[in-house]
Design a protein around this ligand. Structure first.
Ligand SMILES: C[S@@+](CC[C@H](N)C(=O)[O-])C[C@H]1O[C@@H](n2cnc3c(N)ncnc32)[C@H](O)[C@@H]1O
Length: 164
């Protein structure tokens, strides 16, 4: 598969999983966490699809398109390992959709970051929440959910928090 095909498949899988999670949460109460603003593509997708939802965004730096930078009250700047606990103190356990797009070119480091932030996300995830990520997020708090049709296993990761 060419690198172009692989790139397109990755982004198609990401969009399909985001859309499936958005449908799954429906009108349940709760806020959204976008972990990894990057250039703001997926943040823009989430806010367009859910205009009424509060979305809190995390990154260590702002590198996004100027139209895709959240206001200060919805931005946690710094390392995820510090900003997620700070967000838990402020927001509590009321995230109904969490998207963690955190990968870099370093596969081992990206996996290890996923494992490190999984319990921090678990502390914020409401019952019935959907959690999705480009990295596996190991946790007893949630279970894997079937991927949308056409998304290859392992290309994206979608989870469901029981208890709703
Ligand atoms: C793959 S990009 C996100 C792409 C974004 N979702 C988009 O659609 O444009 C990953 C982002 O995670 C951020 N990041 C990676 N590790 C981090 C860490 N430990 N703490 C805070 N931010 C981190 C990087 O700065 C980068 O902006």
């Amino acid at each position: 598969m060419s690198r172009l095909d692989s790139f397109i498949r990755r982004l198609s899988a990401q969009r399909a999983c985001l859309d499936a999670a958005i449908v799954a949460i429906g009108s349940r109460e709760g806020c959204v966490l976008e972990i990894g603003l990057g250039n703001g593509r997926t943040f823009d997708h989430l806010r367009e699809a859910m205009p009424g939802r509060e979305i809190f965004v995390f990154d260590r730096q702002i590198n996004a398109h100027p139209d895709c930078v959240p206001d200060e009250g919805h931005l946690f700047l710094g390392d995820f390992r510090e900003t997620l606990p700070a967000a838990t103190r402020r927001l509590g356990r009321r995230a109904i959709l969490v998207h963690a797009d955190i990968g870099s070119g370093d596969v081992a480091a990206s996996r290890s970051l996923g494992a490190a932030i999984a319990p921090l996300i678990a502390a914020m995830a409401a019952p019935g929440a959907r959690i999705l990520s480009d990295q596996p997020l190991p946790s007893d708090t949630w279970q894997a959910e079937a991927l949308p049709h056409g998304v290859e296993a392992g290309r994206y990761h979608l989870y469901w928090v029981d208890g709703a």
